[in-house]
Design a protein around this ligand. Structure first.
Ligand code: HAM
Length: 426
Protein backbone atom coordinates (compact mmCIF):
# COMPACT_ATOMS: atom_id res chain seq x y z
CA UNK A 1 0.00 0.00 0.00
CA UNK A 2 1.40 3.39 -0.89
CA UNK A 3 0.90 6.16 1.61
CA UNK A 4 0.26 9.46 -0.13
CA UNK A 5 -1.07 12.71 1.19
CA UNK A 6 -4.79 13.29 0.71
CA UNK A 7 -5.92 15.17 -2.41
CA UNK A 8 -6.02 18.92 -1.95
CA UNK A 9 -3.50 19.00 0.90
CA UNK A 10 0.22 19.71 1.02
CA UNK A 11 3.33 19.19 3.12
CA UNK A 12 5.21 22.35 3.91
CA UNK A 13 8.85 21.35 4.18
CA UNK A 14 11.93 23.16 5.51
CA UNK A 15 13.07 25.61 2.86
CA UNK A 16 9.43 26.57 2.43
CA UNK A 17 8.17 26.62 6.01
CA UNK A 18 10.49 29.59 6.71
CA UNK A 19 8.37 31.63 4.28
CA UNK A 20 5.22 30.67 6.18
CA UNK A 21 6.80 31.60 9.48
CA UNK A 22 7.98 34.93 8.09
CA UNK A 23 4.51 35.74 6.77
CA UNK A 24 2.74 34.64 9.93
CA UNK A 25 5.11 36.65 12.15
CA UNK A 26 4.60 39.76 10.03
CA UNK A 27 0.83 39.39 9.99
CA UNK A 28 0.84 39.03 13.79
CA UNK A 29 2.95 42.17 14.01
CA UNK A 30 0.50 43.99 11.74
CA UNK A 31 -2.39 42.95 14.03
CA UNK A 32 -0.45 44.13 17.03
CA UNK A 33 -0.11 47.59 15.50
CA UNK A 34 -3.88 47.70 14.97
CA UNK A 35 -4.50 46.27 18.46
CA UNK A 36 -6.15 43.01 17.33
CA UNK A 37 -5.59 40.11 19.77
CA UNK A 38 -5.21 36.47 18.85
CA UNK A 39 -8.06 34.00 19.35
CA UNK A 40 -7.65 30.24 18.89
CA UNK A 41 -10.78 28.16 18.46
CA UNK A 42 -11.14 24.40 17.84
CA UNK A 43 -10.62 22.93 14.36
CA UNK A 44 -14.06 21.33 14.58
CA UNK A 45 -17.41 22.61 15.78
CA UNK A 46 -20.99 21.37 15.93
CA UNK A 47 -22.24 21.16 12.34
CA UNK A 48 -25.21 23.33 13.20
CA UNK A 49 -22.95 26.30 13.86
CA UNK A 50 -21.94 26.48 10.21
CA UNK A 51 -25.42 25.67 8.93
CA UNK A 52 -26.76 28.61 10.89
CA UNK A 53 -23.72 30.86 10.69
CA UNK A 54 -22.44 30.45 7.14
CA UNK A 55 -25.92 29.72 5.78
CA UNK A 56 -27.84 26.73 4.47
CA UNK A 57 -27.96 27.94 0.88
CA UNK A 58 -24.21 28.50 0.47
CA UNK A 59 -21.96 26.18 -1.54
CA UNK A 60 -19.83 25.76 1.56
CA UNK A 61 -22.65 24.24 3.61
CA UNK A 62 -24.31 22.37 0.77
CA UNK A 63 -21.27 20.81 -0.90
CA UNK A 64 -18.00 21.51 0.81
CA UNK A 65 -18.07 20.59 4.48
CA UNK A 66 -16.09 17.78 6.08
CA UNK A 67 -18.85 16.53 8.34
CA UNK A 68 -18.61 13.41 10.49
CA UNK A 69 -20.30 11.78 13.40
CA UNK A 70 -18.19 11.27 16.50
CA UNK A 71 -18.38 8.19 18.70
CA UNK A 72 -21.07 9.87 20.77
CA UNK A 73 -23.29 10.30 17.71
CA UNK A 74 -22.82 14.09 17.47
CA UNK A 75 -22.51 15.71 14.08
CA UNK A 76 -19.26 17.65 13.90
CA UNK A 77 -17.66 19.59 11.06
CA UNK A 78 -14.08 20.63 10.35
CA UNK A 79 -14.26 24.41 10.23
CA UNK A 80 -14.60 25.71 6.64
CA UNK A 81 -13.95 29.30 7.77
CA UNK A 82 -13.25 31.26 10.94
CA UNK A 83 -16.02 33.81 11.43
CA UNK A 84 -18.74 31.46 12.73
CA UNK A 85 -16.35 29.96 15.31
CA UNK A 86 -15.15 33.39 16.46
CA UNK A 87 -18.74 34.58 16.88
CA UNK A 88 -19.64 31.40 18.77
CA UNK A 89 -16.72 31.98 21.11
CA UNK A 90 -17.56 35.69 21.48
CA UNK A 91 -21.08 34.71 22.61
CA UNK A 92 -20.11 31.72 24.73
CA UNK A 93 -17.37 33.60 26.59
CA UNK A 94 -19.49 36.75 26.86
CA UNK A 95 -16.76 38.89 25.35
CA UNK A 96 -19.45 41.49 24.63
CA UNK A 97 -19.48 42.21 28.38
CA UNK A 98 -15.83 43.29 28.52
CA UNK A 99 -15.14 47.02 28.88
CA UNK A 100 -12.94 47.31 25.78
CA UNK A 101 -15.21 47.41 22.76
CA UNK A 102 -15.18 46.75 19.89
CA UNK A 103 -13.68 43.32 20.50
CA UNK A 104 -10.87 43.04 17.96
CA UNK A 105 -9.63 39.53 17.23
CA UNK A 106 -7.38 37.77 14.72
CA UNK A 107 -6.69 34.11 13.91
CA UNK A 108 -4.33 32.08 11.77
CA UNK A 109 -5.04 28.43 11.16
CA UNK A 110 -6.15 25.66 8.84
CA UNK A 111 -9.64 25.60 7.32
CA UNK A 112 -11.19 22.71 5.39
CA UNK A 113 -13.42 22.70 2.31
CA UNK A 114 -14.21 19.78 0.06
CA UNK A 115 -13.58 21.63 -3.19
CA UNK A 116 -12.22 20.58 -6.57
CA UNK A 117 -8.51 21.21 -6.06
CA UNK A 118 -6.75 23.55 -8.46
CA UNK A 119 -4.10 26.22 -8.18
CA UNK A 120 -5.07 28.48 -5.27
CA UNK A 121 -7.88 26.18 -4.18
CA UNK A 122 -7.04 23.38 -1.80
CA UNK A 123 -9.02 21.25 0.64
CA UNK A 124 -6.94 22.30 3.60
CA UNK A 125 -5.72 25.90 3.51
CA UNK A 126 -4.50 28.38 6.09
CA UNK A 127 -6.59 31.46 6.69
CA UNK A 128 -5.45 34.59 8.42
CA UNK A 129 -8.50 36.60 9.42
CA UNK A 130 -9.67 39.39 11.69
CA UNK A 131 -13.04 40.16 13.25
CA UNK A 132 -14.13 43.41 14.93
CA UNK A 133 -17.29 42.92 16.98
CA UNK A 134 -19.37 45.54 18.74
CA UNK A 135 -19.23 48.70 16.64
CA UNK A 136 -21.33 49.94 13.73
CA UNK A 137 -19.01 52.88 13.13
CA UNK A 138 -17.99 53.11 9.44
CA UNK A 139 -14.51 53.91 10.76
CA UNK A 140 -14.19 50.25 11.73
CA UNK A 141 -15.01 49.23 8.15
CA UNK A 142 -12.21 51.49 6.95
CA UNK A 143 -9.83 50.04 9.56
CA UNK A 144 -10.56 46.47 8.49
CA UNK A 145 -10.11 47.34 4.81
CA UNK A 146 -6.87 49.19 5.58
CA UNK A 147 -5.48 46.23 7.52
CA UNK A 148 -6.54 43.87 4.71
CA UNK A 149 -4.66 45.93 2.11
CA UNK A 150 -1.63 46.29 4.37
CA UNK A 151 -1.53 42.53 4.81
CA UNK A 152 -0.35 42.42 1.16
CA UNK A 153 1.43 45.74 0.80
CA UNK A 154 3.75 45.04 3.73
CA UNK A 155 5.32 42.22 1.74
CA UNK A 156 5.89 44.49 -1.25
CA UNK A 157 2.86 43.50 -3.34
CA UNK A 158 1.66 46.21 -5.70
CA UNK A 159 -0.71 44.71 -8.27
CA UNK A 160 -3.72 44.84 -6.01
CA UNK A 161 -7.30 45.85 -6.57
CA UNK A 162 -9.74 46.57 -3.75
CA UNK A 163 -13.31 45.96 -4.87
CA UNK A 164 -16.16 47.06 -2.61
CA UNK A 165 -19.92 46.98 -2.61
CA UNK A 166 -22.76 47.49 -0.19
CA UNK A 167 -25.30 44.75 0.41
CA UNK A 168 -27.43 47.09 2.52
CA UNK A 169 -29.44 46.37 5.64
CA UNK A 170 -32.37 43.95 5.96
CA UNK A 171 -34.90 46.37 4.50
CA UNK A 172 -32.74 47.18 1.48
CA UNK A 173 -31.97 43.53 0.92
CA UNK A 174 -35.63 42.59 1.05
CA UNK A 175 -36.50 45.20 -1.55
CA UNK A 176 -33.60 44.01 -3.74
CA UNK A 177 -34.57 40.40 -3.24
CA UNK A 178 -38.07 41.07 -4.54
CA UNK A 179 -36.68 42.92 -7.54
CA UNK A 180 -34.34 40.00 -8.32
CA UNK A 181 -37.18 37.49 -8.16
CA UNK A 182 -39.29 39.66 -10.50
CA UNK A 183 -36.35 40.02 -12.85
CA UNK A 184 -35.23 36.37 -13.05
CA UNK A 185 -38.59 34.63 -12.71
CA UNK A 186 -39.47 34.90 -16.43
CA UNK A 187 -36.10 33.17 -17.16
CA UNK A 188 -36.42 30.54 -14.45
CA UNK A 189 -36.37 27.60 -16.88
CA UNK A 190 -33.21 28.85 -18.58
CA UNK A 191 -31.21 29.00 -15.37
CA UNK A 192 -29.18 26.11 -13.94
CA UNK A 193 -30.81 23.76 -11.44
CA UNK A 194 -28.92 25.36 -8.53
CA UNK A 195 -30.10 28.84 -9.50
CA UNK A 196 -33.72 27.71 -9.72
CA UNK A 197 -33.45 26.75 -6.06
CA UNK A 198 -31.48 29.92 -5.22
CA UNK A 199 -34.21 32.02 -6.80
CA UNK A 200 -36.60 30.83 -4.10
CA UNK A 201 -34.20 30.58 -1.18
CA UNK A 202 -31.60 33.30 -1.72
CA UNK A 203 -31.87 35.08 -5.08
CA UNK A 204 -28.78 37.21 -4.39
CA UNK A 205 -26.67 34.10 -4.89
CA UNK A 206 -27.89 33.83 -8.49
CA UNK A 207 -25.64 36.80 -9.25
CA UNK A 208 -22.65 34.78 -8.08
CA UNK A 209 -23.36 31.72 -10.26
CA UNK A 210 -20.47 30.54 -12.42
CA UNK A 211 -22.66 28.51 -14.78
CA UNK A 212 -25.17 31.25 -15.56
CA UNK A 213 -22.60 34.02 -15.62
CA UNK A 214 -23.21 34.74 -19.33
CA UNK A 215 -26.98 34.59 -19.32
CA UNK A 216 -28.26 37.88 -20.81
CA UNK A 217 -30.49 38.49 -17.79
CA UNK A 218 -27.37 38.77 -15.60
CA UNK A 219 -26.18 41.99 -17.20
CA UNK A 220 -29.53 43.71 -16.69
CA UNK A 221 -30.22 42.37 -13.19
CA UNK A 222 -31.26 45.02 -10.64
CA UNK A 223 -28.37 46.20 -8.54
CA UNK A 224 -28.47 46.32 -4.75
CA UNK A 225 -27.13 49.87 -4.93
CA UNK A 226 -30.42 50.99 -6.47
CA UNK A 227 -32.28 49.45 -3.54
CA UNK A 228 -30.30 50.85 -0.62
CA UNK A 229 -32.46 52.73 1.86
CA UNK A 230 -31.25 56.00 3.29
CA UNK A 231 -29.36 54.53 6.26
CA UNK A 232 -27.58 51.98 4.07
CA UNK A 233 -26.76 54.54 1.39
CA UNK A 234 -25.34 56.96 3.96
CA UNK A 235 -23.38 54.18 5.60
CA UNK A 236 -21.78 53.19 2.30
CA UNK A 237 -20.99 56.85 1.52
CA UNK A 238 -19.23 57.20 4.87
CA UNK A 239 -17.17 54.06 4.34
CA UNK A 240 -16.07 55.34 0.93
CA UNK A 241 -15.32 58.80 2.35
CA UNK A 242 -13.16 57.18 5.05
CA UNK A 243 -11.22 55.28 2.41
CA UNK A 244 -10.75 58.51 0.45
CA UNK A 245 -9.48 60.25 3.58
CA UNK A 246 -6.96 57.48 4.16
CA UNK A 247 -5.87 57.53 0.51
CA UNK A 248 -6.90 53.92 -0.11
CA UNK A 249 -7.91 53.30 -3.73
CA UNK A 250 -10.92 51.12 -4.49
CA UNK A 251 -13.46 50.37 -7.17
CA UNK A 252 -17.17 49.80 -6.57
CA UNK A 253 -18.57 46.64 -8.15
CA UNK A 254 -22.33 46.45 -7.75
CA UNK A 255 -22.23 42.74 -8.63
CA UNK A 256 -19.95 41.75 -5.78
CA UNK A 257 -22.11 39.54 -3.55
CA UNK A 258 -19.71 37.12 -1.72
CA UNK A 259 -20.36 33.45 -1.15
CA UNK A 260 -21.41 33.46 2.48
CA UNK A 261 -24.87 34.36 3.75
CA UNK A 262 -24.06 36.51 6.74
CA UNK A 263 -23.02 39.68 4.94
CA UNK A 264 -24.77 43.06 4.89
CA UNK A 265 -23.63 46.63 4.27
CA UNK A 266 -19.92 46.64 3.34
CA UNK A 267 -18.69 43.66 1.29
CA UNK A 268 -15.25 43.57 -0.30
CA UNK A 269 -12.62 41.50 -2.04
CA UNK A 270 -8.99 42.12 -2.81
CA UNK A 271 -7.87 40.83 -6.19
CA UNK A 272 -4.46 40.40 -7.77
CA UNK A 273 -3.85 42.25 -11.02
CA UNK A 274 -0.49 40.55 -11.53
CA UNK A 275 0.11 38.99 -14.90
CA UNK A 276 0.28 35.22 -14.71
CA UNK A 277 -1.47 35.06 -11.37
CA UNK A 278 -3.81 32.35 -12.60
CA UNK A 279 -7.51 31.82 -13.01
CA UNK A 280 -8.53 32.63 -9.46
CA UNK A 281 -7.71 36.26 -8.89
CA UNK A 282 -9.39 36.80 -5.53
CA UNK A 283 -6.83 37.03 -2.77
CA UNK A 284 -9.15 37.71 0.13
CA UNK A 285 -12.64 38.76 1.08
CA UNK A 286 -14.78 39.97 3.89
CA UNK A 287 -17.49 42.30 4.98
CA UNK A 288 -19.96 43.37 7.61
CA UNK A 289 -22.21 40.83 9.30
CA UNK A 290 -24.54 42.75 11.65
CA UNK A 291 -27.04 40.19 12.91
CA UNK A 292 -24.77 37.14 12.97
CA UNK A 293 -24.12 37.38 16.72
CA UNK A 294 -27.89 37.22 17.36
CA UNK A 295 -28.21 34.32 14.93
CA UNK A 296 -25.66 32.42 17.06
CA UNK A 297 -27.55 33.26 20.27
CA UNK A 298 -25.88 36.45 21.49
CA UNK A 299 -27.09 40.02 22.00
CA UNK A 300 -27.54 42.40 19.08
CA UNK A 301 -23.96 43.17 18.03
CA UNK A 302 -22.58 44.50 14.76
CA UNK A 303 -19.48 42.89 13.29
CA UNK A 304 -17.07 43.07 10.39
CA UNK A 305 -14.01 41.12 9.29
CA UNK A 306 -12.08 39.55 6.48
CA UNK A 307 -9.89 36.55 5.75
CA UNK A 308 -7.09 35.70 3.34
CA UNK A 309 -5.33 32.45 2.65
CA UNK A 310 -1.58 32.30 2.96
CA UNK A 311 -1.50 29.96 -0.06
CA UNK A 312 -2.87 32.72 -2.30
CA UNK A 313 -0.65 35.34 -0.69
CA UNK A 314 2.36 33.18 -1.62
CA UNK A 315 1.01 32.84 -5.18
CA UNK A 316 0.74 36.61 -5.44
CA UNK A 317 4.33 37.03 -4.21
CA UNK A 318 5.48 34.57 -6.84
CA UNK A 319 3.49 36.26 -9.59
CA UNK A 320 5.10 39.60 -8.72
CA UNK A 321 8.56 38.05 -8.39
CA UNK A 322 8.97 39.11 -4.76
CA UNK A 323 11.60 37.33 -2.67
CA UNK A 324 10.99 37.49 1.08
CA UNK A 325 14.02 38.76 3.04
CA UNK A 326 14.61 35.51 4.89
CA UNK A 327 17.72 35.08 7.02
CA UNK A 328 18.59 31.44 6.46
CA UNK A 329 22.18 31.68 7.76
CA UNK A 330 23.25 29.62 10.76
CA UNK A 331 25.06 31.64 13.45
CA UNK A 332 27.73 29.04 14.32
CA UNK A 333 28.87 25.63 13.22
CA UNK A 334 31.08 23.76 15.67
CA UNK A 335 33.82 21.57 14.20
CA UNK A 336 35.51 19.20 16.62
CA UNK A 337 38.26 16.77 15.70
CA UNK A 338 39.10 13.90 18.06
CA UNK A 339 37.31 12.16 20.88
CA UNK A 340 38.21 14.61 23.65
CA UNK A 341 37.40 17.64 21.47
CA UNK A 342 34.06 16.06 20.64
CA UNK A 343 33.21 15.89 24.35
CA UNK A 344 34.12 19.55 24.82
CA UNK A 345 32.06 20.43 21.74
CA UNK A 346 28.99 18.80 23.26
CA UNK A 347 29.44 20.82 26.42
CA UNK A 348 30.22 24.11 24.71
CA UNK A 349 27.41 23.91 22.13
CA UNK A 350 25.02 23.23 25.01
CA UNK A 351 26.27 26.34 26.80
CA UNK A 352 26.15 28.51 23.69
CA UNK A 353 22.61 27.40 22.92
CA UNK A 354 21.50 28.05 26.49
CA UNK A 355 22.81 31.59 26.20
CA UNK A 356 20.67 32.17 23.11
CA UNK A 357 23.15 31.50 20.31
CA UNK A 358 22.25 29.33 17.34
CA UNK A 359 24.77 26.51 16.93
CA UNK A 360 24.91 23.20 15.14
CA UNK A 361 27.57 20.51 14.97
CA UNK A 362 28.42 17.29 13.21
CA UNK A 363 26.81 14.00 14.21
CA UNK A 364 27.90 12.01 11.17
CA UNK A 365 31.55 11.38 12.15
CA UNK A 366 32.66 13.47 9.20
CA UNK A 367 36.27 14.44 8.56
CA UNK A 368 37.31 18.08 9.03
CA UNK A 369 36.93 18.95 5.33
CA UNK A 370 33.45 17.47 5.12
CA UNK A 371 32.46 19.34 8.29
CA UNK A 372 33.56 22.60 6.65
CA UNK A 373 31.38 21.72 3.68
CA UNK A 374 28.44 21.13 6.00
CA UNK A 375 29.07 24.56 7.58
CA UNK A 376 28.97 26.05 4.07
CA UNK A 377 25.71 24.30 3.24
CA UNK A 378 24.17 25.77 6.40
CA UNK A 379 25.55 29.16 5.39
CA UNK A 380 27.29 29.46 8.76
CA UNK A 381 28.41 32.93 9.80
CA UNK A 382 31.09 31.55 12.14
CA UNK A 383 32.88 28.25 12.35
CA UNK A 384 34.22 27.26 15.77
CA UNK A 385 37.14 24.85 15.40
CA UNK A 386 38.39 22.62 18.17
CA UNK A 387 41.33 20.39 17.15
CA UNK A 388 44.17 18.84 19.15
CA UNK A 389 46.22 22.05 19.37
CA UNK A 390 43.30 24.17 20.49
CA UNK A 391 42.30 21.55 23.02
CA UNK A 392 45.77 21.59 24.55
CA UNK A 393 45.46 25.35 24.99
CA UNK A 394 41.84 25.24 26.10
CA UNK A 395 40.97 27.63 23.29
CA UNK A 396 38.67 27.66 20.30
CA UNK A 397 39.57 28.90 16.87
CA UNK A 398 36.73 31.19 15.75
CA UNK A 399 36.59 31.80 12.02
CA UNK A 400 34.44 34.55 10.57
CA UNK A 401 33.23 33.00 7.31
CA UNK A 402 32.50 36.35 5.77
CA UNK A 403 35.93 37.94 6.20
CA UNK A 404 38.02 34.80 6.73
CA UNK A 405 39.46 36.35 9.95
CA UNK A 406 40.39 33.91 12.72
CA UNK A 407 40.89 34.46 16.45
CA UNK A 408 41.67 32.16 19.38
CA UNK A 409 39.24 32.44 22.28
CA UNK A 410 39.54 30.74 25.66
CA UNK A 411 36.75 28.24 26.49
CA UNK A 412 35.42 30.34 29.34
CA UNK A 413 35.11 33.43 27.14
CA UNK A 414 33.53 31.89 24.08
CA UNK A 415 29.89 32.64 24.96
CA UNK A 416 30.52 36.32 25.66
CA UNK A 417 32.73 36.62 22.59
CA UNK A 418 30.13 35.09 20.26
CA UNK A 419 27.35 37.19 21.73
CA UNK A 420 29.34 40.32 20.98
CA UNK A 421 30.37 39.18 17.52
CA UNK A 422 26.82 38.29 16.53
CA UNK A 423 25.33 41.47 17.92
CA UNK A 424 27.96 43.57 16.15
CA UNK A 425 27.65 41.72 12.87
CA UNK A 426 23.97 42.55 12.43
P1 HAM B 1 -14.16 33.42 1.93
O1 HAM B 1 -14.30 34.37 0.82
O2 HAM B 1 -14.91 32.14 1.87
O3 HAM B 1 -14.54 34.23 3.25
O4 HAM B 1 -12.64 33.08 2.14
C1 HAM B 1 -11.69 34.09 2.36
C2 HAM B 1 -10.40 33.78 1.64
O5 HAM B 1 -9.94 32.47 2.00
C3 HAM B 1 -10.50 33.72 0.12
O6 HAM B 1 -10.47 34.98 -0.46
C4 HAM B 1 -9.26 32.92 -0.20
O7 HAM B 1 -8.08 33.72 -0.07
C5 HAM B 1 -9.21 31.92 0.92
N1 HAM B 1 -9.78 30.62 0.50
C6 HAM B 1 -11.06 30.23 0.55
N2 HAM B 1 -11.19 28.97 0.10
C7 HAM B 1 -9.95 28.55 -0.23
C8 HAM B 1 -9.40 27.34 -0.73
N3 HAM B 1 -10.17 26.28 -0.97
N4 HAM B 1 -8.06 27.27 -0.96
C9 HAM B 1 -7.27 28.34 -0.70
N5 HAM B 1 -7.72 29.50 -0.22
C10 HAM B 1 -9.05 29.61 0.02
C11 HAM B 1 -14.50 33.73 4.52
O8 HAM B 1 -14.02 32.67 4.79
C12 HAM B 1 -15.02 34.66 5.56
N6 HAM B 1 -15.01 33.97 6.86
C13 HAM B 1 -14.20 35.93 5.60
C14 HAM B 1 -14.70 36.88 6.63
C15 HAM B 1 -14.19 37.09 7.85
N7 HAM B 1 -15.76 37.64 6.51
C16 HAM B 1 -15.92 38.32 7.62
N8 HAM B 1 -14.98 37.97 8.44
Amino acid sequence: MSMKLPRGTQDILPGNSEKWQYIEENLKDLCNRYNYKEIRTPLFEHTELFQRGVGDTTDIVQKEMYTFEDRGGRSLTLRPEGTASVVRSFVENKLFGLPNQPTKLFYIGPMFRYERPQQGRTRQFVQFGIEALGSADPGVDAEVLALAMSAYQEFGLKSLKLVINSLGDTESRESHRQALVNHFDPHREELCADCQVRLDKNPLRVLDCKKDRNHPAMATAPSILEHLNEYSRNYFEQVKANLDTMGINYVVDKNLVRGLDYYNHTAFEIMSDAEGFGAITTLSGGGRYNGLVEEIGGPETPGIGFALSIERLLMALEAEGIELPLDDALDCYFIAIGEEAEKQALKLTYELRKSGIQVDKDYMQRKMKAQFKAADRYNAKYVLILGENELAEQKINVKNMDTGDQVQIAFENITEHMKKELAGGE
